[in-house]
Design a protein. Structure first.
Length: 285
């Protein structure tokens, strides 16, 4: 399966941290932020990944992740020269998508649940339409908000409403079929001057091809776009890992998928054996 990570944001809400380095390369506890969405894609059995990055960051990303061969996958890169919204990723990735089903993940979103892989299986097993997720938050106004009817079916989605119709928002994990590219081509920029992913989801809703799956309430989700959420994410990850629940380990997930062998995972751990991350890989192999 194919997956796209949109990792091209300037991270202006994190200035001055992101002046010398782009947001997806910032550390979140013991690993770069980009590791967390990449691990989610691996849990969705993605083995072809396109990472959309800002101009001038090619060397940094390639130094970190290379072409993906060490993980038994393919990683390629495209540049988003101008920030034109999340749905712009579908246009940038048109050639990569090539009419196939794919997963789109935001590069600053972190998800964790022991059963996350099973939660998203129904999304990538679907051959037609789109599947997104609902996540309950106290204040949904800064997000795309989804409204359900009494049967649990999504009936409306609003982007950043002042009077939300529910507390469920749609976080940055989306599964689409090949129609998504043509839908994105037909979008007009919003008042913010961006191509909104909510408008893509609304078109699928109009076609009665949108499935919204509410996440279990004990799932952890962080939109690591500001200093507070970055700190909260790092603190939660540290706490879980101290309890033995390791998060964001792309090498281990590649091994679980059968993309690399246990010996390959051990060798990857050997290279960074001076770190706790490397020691963990060695223990697991």
């Amino acid at each position: 399966m194919k997956g796209i990570i949109l990792a091209a944001g300037k991270g202006t809400r994190l200035y001055p941290m992101t002046k010398p380095v782009c947001k997806p390369l910032l550390p979140v506890y013991d690993k770069p932020l980009i590791y967390y969405p990449l691990e989610v894609l691996l849990q969705a059995n993605v083995n072809e990944v396109l990472i959309i990055i800002p101009p001038g960051e090619e060397t940094a990303f390639e130094t970190l992740l290379g072409d993906g061969s060490e993980l038994g996958i393919s990683i390629t890169y495209e540049i988003q020269s101008v920030a034109r919204g999340i749905a712009d990723a579908l246009l940038i990735g048109e050639k990569f998508i090539d009419g196939d089903n794919f997963c789109l993940m935001l590069g600053d979103n972190i998800f964790y649940h022991p059963n996350l892989k099973n939660m998203i299986e129904s999304a990538y097993d679907k051959s037609i339409g789109a599947t997104v997720f609902g996540y309950w938050v106290e204040d949904p106004r800064p997000f795309g908000v989804v409204e359900f009817d009494q049967n649990g079916r999504a009936i409306s989605i609003e982007e950043k409403p002042q009077e939300p119709k529910s507390n469920y928002i749609i976080p940055g994990l989306y599964f689409y079929d090949g129609q998504a590219v043509d839908i994105a081509k037909g979008l007009k920029p919003s008042a913010r001057g961006e191509l909104e992913i909510t408008d893509v989801n609304l078109e699928y809703l109009k076609r009665q091809q949108l499935q919204v799956i509410p996440f279990e309430k004990d799932l952890l989700w962080f939109d690591a776009g500001n200093a507070d959420s970055l700190f909260q994410a790092a603190s939660a990850i540290r706490s879980l890992q101290k309890k033995g629940q390791y998060i964001g380990c792309i090498e281990e997930q590649a091994y679980k998928n059968g993309f690399i062998s246990k010996e390959q995972m051990r060798r990857l751990g050997e290279r960074i054996s001076m770190s706790e991350y490397g020691k963990y890989l060695k223990r697991r192999s």
